[in-house]
Ligand binder design. Sequence first.
Ligand SMILES: Cc1cc2nc3c(=O)[nH]c(=O)nc-3n(C[C@H](O)[C@H](O)[C@H](O)COP(=O)(O)OP(=O)(O)OC[C@H]3O[C@@H](n4cnc5c(N)ncnc54)[C@H](O)[C@@H]3O)c2cc1C
Length: 452
Amino acid sequence: MGTVEDFRGELIQPGDPSYDEYRKVWNGSIDRRPGVIARCTGVADIRSALAYARRTGGPVAVRGGGHSFPGHSTCDGGIVLDLSLLKGIRVDPVRRTARAQAGVLLGELDRETQEYGLATPAGIVTHTGLAGLTLGGGIGWLMRKYGLTIDNLLSVDVVTAEGELLTASADTNAELFWGIRGGGGNFGVVTEFEFQLHPVGPTVYAGIVAWPMEQSPEVLRFYRDWIADVPDELTTAVVHRCLPSLPTIPSELHARPAVVVVVSYSGSVENGERVVAPLKAFAPPMLDLCTPRPFLSLQSMLDPTFPHGRWYYTRACDVDELTDEVIDIAVERGLAIDSPYSLFPIFHLGGAIARMDPDSTAYGGRSHGHAFNFVGATLGPDGFDAQREWVRESSRALEPHQAGVYVNFLTDEGSDRIRAAYGATTYDRLQALKQKYDPGNLFHLNQNIPPN
Ligand SMILES: Cc1cc2nc3c(=O)[nH]c(=O)nc-3n(C[C@H](O)[C@H](O)[C@H](O)COP(=O)(O)OP(=O)(O)OC[C@H]3O[C@@H](n4cnc5c(N)ncnc54)[C@H](O)[C@@H]3O)c2cc1C
């Protein structure tokens, strides 16, 4: 599309029968109308689409899995570089590495790597895009043992704003590689990722344990003390929510407000049972679905909670510790949930994440203890304003306790929040990198780091 003739993929424009399908993103509250959706088939198409964007001057949105909370992978007018056709995955079971292209979703990578009893740490919902998740950091059920997704990234291929194809790794274009690990899509279009894999599963000890929402104060206080010295194999999150209406949950508990601990133990099942036993014993849970299960089943367990097309609004922040004050706020915000679809996870960080040198990547939250993410959701516009207000109020309540914020959990909140996600020193270093690789800020539909 440098000219239309040299584009091998599909070009979808307003009026085309599939336009409405392809302009959709995961968050149903985002309704934008791109000038053209360029479904790229490879690097040549990406370069061609970028040449077109440079020539026409319109906005460029880059789409991996389309899961950006604020909808950064679509735009009004301009061009969407839709990378969802780029599905190649190659696992090397001997070197324990995998190469994955930019349109791969998390579940697709797990499916291939688990074939060899391997995995790389990524996120908690299988239909999330590997590209966007990785570029911001990547937290998930293996993180305390094996680190963030970026801590397992070995190299990337990236097309810059000028259309140059580069490889970045610890040895080649090292500063770009540093920035890409946390700096989002600010520096170019990543076409392919190479990851380190680890032996995981195929069976892990994992699942959910739940108590009635009213027991949130005692559950959170027990949880805080319990996780203080658990091994890195254990990654958990506490979620305040109404239990979903799923066949795995007894029908009398459907829609019941609950405080839920999601458990993932990535060592042996026997050790997992032993480590998790105190959680199950301290107060009888109303639901216990924490059992030996395939790793793939853990990875898809929360998929029904986050379907495509609902209206979502989110606000997040990290805290250093679950102090009594933070717990009181969590309890109060849990009790204030009045939608069957709204919820908030509190992820336990630390472990391998905290052991990496903070300057080794651009990710900003290595020393933080926990990540909150308030998610307000409705089936459509009805009631959305009230859920958004619950999210905003929750975020305001935690403000005095914030340690920072995970960049992939930001919505559109302005430059101060982006700076807060990285910290001043990292932000300045990212800005210098942006000046080098994208001085015209072609890639600005993201958590943007302007060149100056
Ligand atoms: C249901 C759900 C579950 C989630 N769970 C987790 C989780 O467990 N852990 C976690 O860390 N995060 C999680 N997130 C947040 C997630 O990491 C971000 O929303 C991420 O941006 C999604 O990536 P994507 O490719 O699907 O998004 P997209 O909307 O396609 O892209 C997001 C951003 O990344 C840029 N981008 C995408 N692909 C490329 C590329 N190839 N090159 C350059 N830039 C690119 C886009 O321009 C955009 O700015 C979740 C989000 C959702 C909606």
